[in-house]
Design a protein around this ligand. Structure first.
Ligand SMILES: [Zn+2]
Length: 574
């Protein structure tokens, strides 16, 4: 009887807890992070309790579980088309892309609860879409050691997903199902602001949080200017009111921060860099792993609520700037696709660090770096925040993507790219890239042997197109994505990630003793070819002595050589 009474009492307590929606983080005094099961149960209950909260499934992941998204809307309306019609400003918040960095996961639970309970005011023109956890496989793989030196929580997830991929490098290649699901959700939301919550390591300093903002020049145009002059300063101001001194993400390696650092350049493989391809203002919040978990979660909460306030006040301006940028991009004839830092100008930031020095290592006896928390300093630091285009391409009117490249087509479809089908087999004169050279990483990177330093020749060729191949016009919202994923020299293009490797290998060849006779006949009949061979011989002494190389030269310049070898298989309509 007594036991039964105790059981009832426990149930009552449990439901009381559920009613006020205290989180694991709060109950533990800021020492623990929620588990995956607790997280999803919490949002289910929040959804049931409050009309302003809606949890939905958003597609598959590499685990058994679906990707979830939790929406918050003041008027309890959850129709995205209606949000667009009412000009609601959409903030998309991503958590747990690196589950070893769980601050955003716990902070978002409190944020959405407080919004639902009216403890923080979400302006009527703002709606929220929050990914409770993106990397579910990593969150399930819970432990206490993978983040060496991180100051809490007691347990947390692992960086790699169920395929051991770092999902924050997956947005162009999209190897993980959850990346495909998030990209698809992203495209239907077309968020105005994207926030990706992280925890960083590196140098020790006083700042609890740093903020990685999309590099202004890369974002470009009116958005780059608005970001630098308005939006980012507003975030810094809002955070300052709550006693958080923000500085840009401390992107220093191999030296201490007082020597200054380069603005981080997030290419489109990163979630925030990908978001920038769709003209979304993107931010990565980075709390510092040496600060206690409690402080970090509170900072992440404050940062997200700051964005909500700014979005409420400046929503119309933010949306207008995006619309102007989207329209301007369509009209741009020269499109930058690669960037390098421009050290000719810089900014100065007020950095609150700790003095550093070297002392003998207890392990090796060799000098080791240390930061002295007893010696804080405030210094003016040089911040190289400018980049310039290192490579520009002329915008084509359209790309032709042959249907056979299914993995490419699939990814374009996930991106909601508008495509038309070629109606019947045809021959068309189109712009063609010939791959003239490239380098390949000797070790795999995120499951791929990345190509870089890609060189191309561009020419017009008659190309066979078949019924069902795709015509992809650049006159669409995915224009910037298309250019950066389909131009073979772009650093994060499908070509770089190895999607077109099959063209790099010749399929047919010749028997040299037979082709000797045929080659001689060709030279006899084609004076221009003979001339070309002679020129090559006089230009290259080694070639002039190499019989095989000369035979190969004749073959490669003959109709026998297959045209698709080294020919990039996506064509351009200029
Ligand atoms: Zn991270």
């Amino acid at each position: 009887m007594k036991r039964w009474l105790f059981f009832c009492f426990s149930l009552l307590l449990a439901s009381a807890n559920a009613q006020d929606f205290e989180t694991v983080f709060e109950r533990s005094g800021g020492t623990q992070s929620v588990t995956y099961q607790q997280l999803i149960k919490y949002y289910h209950e929040l959804d049931e309790q409050y009309a302003t909260i809606r949890m939905a499934e958003a597609g598959e992941t590499d685990t058994y579980y679906p990707l979830h998204v939790v929406y918050y809307s003041n008027d309890a309306g959850f129709d995205i088309a209606e949000w667009k019609a009412k000009n609601k400003l959409i903030i998309l918040i991503n958590n747990g892309i690196h589950p070893g960095e769980p601050d955003g996961i716990d902070a978002s639970m409190m944020l959405l609860r407080d919004a639902a309970q009216g403890k923080i005011k979400v302006p009527d023109n703002v709606v929220l879409a929050v990914i409770p956890v993106f990397n579910i496989g990593g969150m399930l793989n819970r432990g206490s050691h993978s983040r060496a030196n991180q100051n809490g929580p007691l347990e947390y997830g692992f960086r790699g997903n169920a395929q051991n991929l770092d999902l924050n490098r997956d947005f162009m290649k999209m190897d993980a199902k959850e990346t495909q699901s998030l990209v698809s959700l992203f495209r239907s939301l077309d968020p105005d602001i994207f926030i990706d919550n992280h925890v960083s390591d590196g140098a020790d300093y006083q700042h609890v949080m740093t903020l990685l903002t999309t590099q202004y020049d890369k974002l470009g145009g009116v958005m780059g200017k608005y970001l630098k002059e308005n939006l980012e300063p507003s975030v810094y101001r809002e955070m300052k009111k709550k006693d958080y001194d923000l500085v840009p993400y401390v992107n220093h390696w191999g030296h201490t921060p007082e020597q200054g650092w380069l603005a981080f350049h997030e290419g489109p493989r990163f979630a925030s860099g990908f978001a920038a391809l769709y003209h979304t203002f993107s931010f990565v919040s980075e709390t510092h792993m040496l600060k206690p978990f409690k402080q970090r979660v509170e900072a992440t909460y404050t940062m997200m609520s700051s964005f909500i306030r700014i979005a409420g006040a400046d929503g119309a301006e933010i949306q207008k700037t995006r619309a102007r940028q989207k329209a301007a991009y369509m009209k741009q004839s020269a499109i930058p696709i690669a960037w390098v830092s421009d050290s000719s100008s810089h900014s100065t930031i007020t950095f609150k660090g700790y003095e550093s020095g070297f002392k003998p290592s207890d392990i090796s006896g060799k000098p080791r770096l240390y930061y002295d928390k007893e010696k804080p300093y405030t210094k003016q630091i040089t911040y190289y925040d400018h980049y310039k285009a290192s490579q520009t391409v002329a915008a084509p009117r359209a790309y032709y993507v042959p249907r056979g490249w299914g993995r490419v087509v699939e990814r374009l479809k996930v991106n909601n790219v508008m495509m038309q089908e070629v109606q019947s087999d045809t021959l068309m004169q189109l712009g063609v890239y010939i791959i003239a050279g490239y380098e390949t990483s000797p070790r795999p990177y995120e499951g791929h042997y990345l190509h870089s330093k890609v060189r191309v020749k561009y020419e017009k060729q008659f190309v066979k197109l078949y019924k069902g191949d795709y015509i992809v016009s650049l006159n669409q919202p995915s224009a910037r994505y298309l250019v950066e994923v389909l131009e073979p020299t772009a650093p994060d293009a499908f070509f770089a990630w190895g999607f077109f490797d099959a063209i790099l290998q010749q399929k047919e060849y010749f028997s040299d003793y037979v082709f000797e006779d045929e080659g001689a006949r060709l030279l006899q009949a084609d004076k221009a070819l003979q001339q070309k061979l002679n020129e090559q011989k006089s230009a290259d002494a080694k070639f002039a002595e190499d019989g095989e190389a000369q035979l190969d030269f004749v073959y490669k310049n003959s109709p026998y050589y297959e045209p698709v070898h080294m020919r990039y298989p996506v064509f351009r309509l200029d």
